[in-house]
Design a protein around this ligand. Structure first.
Ligand code: FAQ
Length: 317
């Protein structure tokens, strides 16, 4: 038995070393399976809870065109949740169980979705910064060693690129608008900047899963490296918008070409992760209510599917 496991482990290691894909029917170590379920589920929950901050503005979009675009974006996020729950299910954990873990607080979702959306400019800032950070983090996941997750990410990243552009376009319109609109854009940047750069997770020195998951080819870069890439890409975009990044210590390091940032308030980040951010209770409460309110839909869909299956069996007999 132990010899069998050794052989399976060897085969798994060979696939990882060759940068090949692990597929659902392949043997994998329990810890690899566990960390994937954790990360993919957390990612799926983030997409679904992430519909709420923008959903808040669907009825108040400034034009029919903006409303149609925002509706499509929010629907895309629901689709991302579906692909990701599907990918997690291939590891043997049913979606109902993952949702239970979200609803009873045993699984997390991204810290970024615990902040309020106070003005229309927040729709621009979310698309530009939050989707921008998501892309930076997620493009390398298209090369993740676990096949179903990597393939889900390819489609998700294409859609996130569109989301980022629509957010930037909202910011550009406001930045070229009246002084009041410019102030609204600056205020949104002031509120979303630090939470966006915290999205990448704790510094590598405090990352629990980082090293092992990089060795397994789940992550391709550390949290700090991705955060730096995001900052380097975003600072020139803020300049183009004529907006100021709310970090007095931000400066270009001429030697490396990187923008050095000021200290990040990790105490605040952990507080939000632990459930004490401005909107944690509201977000989870809304999610649980929506799930409970949808019970009858799930029951009706199941009853209909069972009836159809029975009819098909009877017709075949
Ligand atoms: N929030 O050891 P590490 C989106 C936790 S999708 C909350 O470094 P890891 C699209 C972490 O879970 C956004 N918790 O963890 C959209 C761990 O705790 P645990 C979501 C966080 O996994 C846009 C502990 O800290 N994206 O935005 C956060 O190696 C607009 C130690 O951390 C993904 O999920 C955080 N920010 O690295 C939707 C991408 N960071 O689990 C709607 C996939 C860390 O042991 C509107 N995920 N923690 O209890 C990843 O790449 C990774 O999981 C990281 C964290 C980078 C998030």
């Amino acid at each position: 038995m132990a010899a069998d496991t050794d052989a399976l482990q060897k085969r798994f290691d060979q696939l990882i070393d060759a940068d090949d894909r692990i597929e659902p029917r392949d043997w994998m170590p329990d810890e690899y399976r566990k960390t994937l379920v954790r990360q993919i589920a957390q990612h799926a929950h983030s997409e679904v809870i992430g519909m709420q901050p923008e959903g808040n503005w669907l009825t108040r979009a400034p034009s029919l065109r903006r409303k149609a675009i925002l509706t499509a974006k929010v629907q895309d996020e629901a689709g991302h949740g579906l692909y990701l729950y599907g990918a997690a299910e291939t590891l043997g954990t049913p979606r109902e169980e993952l949702l239970d873990r979200l609803h009873n607080g045993r699984q997390k979702y991204s810290s970024i979705f615990n902040y309020p959306t106070l003005t229309w400019a927040d729709m621009g800032a979310i698309g530009w910064l939050v989707d921008g950070a998501a892309i930076m983090n997620q493009v390398p996941l298209c090369r993740c060693s676990y096949g179903p997750y990597a393939r889900a990410m390819v489609r998700i990243c294409k859609e996130e690129s569109f989301h980022q552009r629509q957010g930037f376009q909202i910011m550009l319109t406001l930045a070229n608008g009246t002084p009041g609109q410019q102030a609204m854009a600056q205020d949104a940047l002031d509120r979303w900047w630090w939470p966006s750069i915290m999205m990448f997770g704790p510094p590598d020195s405090e990352s629990v899963h980082g090293d092992q998951n990089t060795r397994w080819g789940i992550k391709r870069f550390g949290n700090d490296e991705l955060r730096q890439k995001f900052i380097d890409a975003t600072v020139p975009q803020a300049d183009l918008l004529g907006l100021t990044i709310p970090d007095p210590d931000l400066r270009l390091d001429e030697e490396t070409g990187n923008y050095l940032h000021g200290p990040i308030d990790w105490g605040h980040f952990w507080d939000v992760v632990k459930g004490n951010g401005p909107c944690n209770r509201e977000r989870l409460g809304t999610r649980v209510d929506a799930h409970e309110g949808g019970t009858w839909v799930r029951q009706a869909a199941t009853a209909y599917a069972e009836k159809q299956a029975k009819r098909a069996t009877e017709a075949a007999a």
